[in-house]
Design a binder for this molecule. Structure first.
Ligand SMILES: [Fe+2]
Length: 136
């Protein structure tokens, strides 16, 4: 079977804030692992720990990002946090519903679209403020 990487990281996804970019790449890489194991038809026993890993990584990443945004007094922080909390609730739900889940492709597509849109639209809104205040 031909194996392809689900989401190829593009330099355009970088914000220029090293720790944030590093974590974004890590999250995308975790989604790629999830894709690999789903595509090869692995059972929930394999898939569930990866989803839990993704959830934990997402939590740590959002904490990192939100603490940076607090430091720079990002004016839209509350809305940004809501977007984060919403995704965390959905990720939790995926874990709970894993056994009943219809089509893994739907889950993967949701995660891919959410993350790429969030990084390229929502996160890019704060990038220049953070870089100028933190001198990056
Ligand atoms: Fe974010």
């Amino acid at each position: 079977m031909k194996q392809t990487i689900y989401i190829v990281w593009s330099e355009n996804n970088n914000l220029g804030i090293p720790i944030v970019d590093e974590q974004h790449r890590g999250i995308i890489s975790t989604i790629n692992s999830l894709h690999y194991f789903m595509q090869t038809g692995q059972s929930g026993e394999i898939i569930k720990p990866i989803l839990i890993m993704l959830e934990q990584y997402t939590k740590i990443h959002f904490k990192t990002e939100e603490s940076i945004l607090e430091r720079v007094n990002y004016p839209d922080l509350e809305n940004h946090k809501k977007l984060h909390n919403n995704l965390l609730a959905k990720t939790r739900n995926f874990i709970i519903e894993l056994n009943k889940s219809e089509n893994p492709a739907v889950l993967l597509k949701f995660l891919r679209d959410w993350w790429l849109t969030h990084i390229n639209i929502e996160d890019k809104k704060y990038a220049s403020l953070v870089k100028s205040i933190l001198n990056i």
